[in-house]
Design a protein around this ligand. Structure first.
Ligand code: SF4
Length: 177
């Protein structure tokens, strides 16, 4: 047998082993990683209020922006609240778009707090500089809203947009009330 034939057979053998491992049923692989398929209680109800946003980031995976008009109706907001009240799900996680620009954002947050649910808001921070939205830092504080935000890149010299970086830092300062 030629040396290169031997190498090809060796490669095929490795491929077969990899294929066999890859084809191992999922349920059998889980215990190997100390995992199981047991269902747990739901910890978080995530609600997307709509696609409208004051920004239009090129990386946005839901293609939100100022021209998007899809927004959750009040009826759906109420249906979410009814559903939440009928469960023991401890956390409501609100996202968008920029959910704070939805007309029922405050209503949703306050209603969820009234039934003792923790509220998370996925906030782009710049929204607090939008007209009429400067009350938001106090609103977040009053309702103990947990903000989930993106940080500007850690190295100033590698930040692509210094104006945006400055704005985000100002927003952090404003929200750190
Ligand atoms: S701030 Fe968030 S929701 Fe808005 S466009 Fe950027 S990534 Fe999308």
């Amino acid at each position: 047998m030629k040396q290169e034939d031997g190498a090809k057979i060796g490669q095929s053998f490795v491929t077969i082993i990899i294929y066999t491992i890859a084809m191992q049923p999922f349920v059998e692989r889980l215990p190997l990683n100390d995992q199981s398929l047991n269902r747990r209680a739901v910890d978080v109800l995530q609600v997307n209020m709509g696609r409208y946003c004051n920004l239009a980031c090129i990386h946005c995976h839901v293609e939100s922006g100022p021209t998007r008009t899809e927004m959750m109706s009040r009826e759906t907001v109420d249906a979410v609240l009814r559903f939440l009240a009928g469960t023991e799900i401890p956390t409501l996680d609100i996202t968008g778009g920029a959910p704070e620009l939805h007309r029922d954002f405050d209503y949703l947050v306050e209603s969820a707090r009234k039934i003792n649910r923790h509220v998370m808001d996925r906030c782009n921070l710049t929204v607090i500089f939008e007209p009429g939205k400067d009350y938001l830092p106090e609103f977040f504080k009053r309702n103990e809203v947990e903000l989930v935000c993106s940080l500007p890149f850690i190295l100033k010299k590698m930040s692509t947009n210094s104006a945006a970086r400055k704005l985000l830092i100002q927003a952090f300062e404003r929200c750190n009330v």
